[in-house]
Write a protein that binds this ligand. Structure first.
Ligand SMILES: *Cc1c(COP(=O)(O)O)cnc(C)c1O
Length: 385
């Protein structure tokens, strides 16, 4: 019996749906709920010596413990050498890895086409005397920058460009040079890709997106295999206090029960939508890693089990993209992605991403595919006028 089974978790060979509905549940206790409710506590009864896990609410909380086990079971099924820590947001988790592992004089390799906050992160790291090198995700371009690096940061598929890099290949090259590797697994979710199985030292993600999928909370996590590195990440969480509230942690855990249903539905519809968009003249630079002729598909199909719910494409002009977004009835014009309700936005409105004015990032929700595709095609027709 594995450790996770001993905790009331899922057998090693279980399928994704079984794993998702049972992930992180404690052993059943008569008259207790299956998923214990959120524990709201700043401090815990603590007479005498400090021996148990729960003392003060910034250090640990039983609601986090259940959620951390759940995420750990999804990121690394059947492994007991993986530690998972939850954070207040994806950025809190990302910062925790970067700032707990890097010192002045160290070098880190980041993608230059990743999440839009990474340029701000870069400036902060440089202000601390850390050398930052960047290269695009596609074509494994970060490979050429690894000499002397302490940490390699990957984001695959990249947001919003949906380029994919070969995690195994980059991990091998980084480890050969003594560098640790972290993968931002936000877009794929652990049901789409398991970076730790591909050799990465950290799988880091925003739980704000498809992992929890309802657009109602912010969360982040770090799952890692290197015990001493994870000790430093835990210390960082305590020092900075970037902790999730118990209510958010509990809502996240409840939401993970439907993860497999949501990703299967949303990712299947994303492919249907991408195929429908391919037939349109006004749509260019269509990207979805699940499309067999997408530039990302070959590498993605080797390391991903699902291709995500985000489709990106470009309309001829900014005005055209704005008219399109305005004409959609089933799709909210909003940022973020991964929710059960479809959202889309003209990414260029933020600045920061290297995208054209007509670039649209589309997050496919759980609507009926035929309704969604009809709405999108109608909005395209109307915005062409
Ligand atoms: C949203 C996002 C983040 C940041 O997550 P927050 O929960 O918003 O802090 C990091 N990486 C990627 C790829 C994201 O999409």
């Amino acid at each position: 019996m594995s450790d996770s089974a001993a905790d009331g978790g899922v057998r090693d060979g279980a399928g994704d749906g079984t794993r998702a509905v049972r992930a992180g549940l404690p052993e059943p206790v008569k008259y207790e709920p299956t998923l214990p409710g959120p524990v709201f506590a700043a401090h815990f009864h603590l007479p005498g010596e400090v021996t148990g896990p729960y003392s003060y609410g910034r250090d640990d909380n039983p609601t986090w413990t259940h959620l951390e086990r759940a995420i750990g079971e999804l990121e690394a099924p059947g492994r007991s050498d993986v530690e998972t820590l939850v954070f207040a947001s994806g950025m809190a988790a990302i910062s925790a890895v970067l700032l707990s592992q890097l010192r002045a004089g160290d070098t880190v390799v980041l993608p230059n086409d990743g999440y839009q906050v990474l340029p701000l992160v870069r400036a902060q790291l440089e202000a601390y005397g850390i050398e930052v090198r960047t290269a695009p995700t596609g074509g494994d371009a970060q490979l050429d920058l690894l000499d002397g690096a302490k940490l390699l940061w990957l984001e695959t598929p990249s947001n919003p460009g949906l380029d994919v890099c070969d995690i195994r290949r980059l991990v091998e090259a980084a480890h050969a040079r003594g560098a640790l590797v972290a993968v931002d697994n936000t877009l794929a979710t652990p049901l789409g890709q398991r970076p730790l199985e591909l050799g990465a030292d950290f799988s880091v993600a925003s739980g704000t997106k498809q992992l929890t999928g309802h657009g109602d909370l912010l969360l982040g996590y770090v799952a890692g295999t290197d015990a001493s590195a994870m000790t430093a990440v835990r210390r960082w969480r305590k020092v900075v206090g970037a902790i999730p509230g118990p209510m958010e942690a509990w809502l996240a855990h409840r939401s993970i029960a439907t993860l497999q249903l949501r990703v299967d539905r949303q990712d299947a519809t994303a492919l249907i939508l991408a195929e429908a968009l391919r037939g349109r003249d006004e749509v260019t630079e269509l990207r979805y890693p699940g499309l067999p002729d997408d530039p990302s598909h070959r590498v993605a199909s080797r390391q991903m089990r699902r291709y995500g719910c985000v489709v990106s494409f470009t309309l001829p002009t900014r005005a055209c993209a704005e008219r399109f977004l305005d004409a959609l009835r089933l799709v909210d014009d909003a940022t973020s992605f991964g929710g059960v309700r479809s959202t889309a936005e003209r990414r260029g409105r933020w600045g920061g991403d290297a995208v054209s004015e007509g670039f649209v990032r589309f997050s496919v929700g759980a609507e009926d595919p035929e309704d969604l595709v009809a709405d999108v095609l109608r909005a395209l027709d109307e915005s062409a006028r």
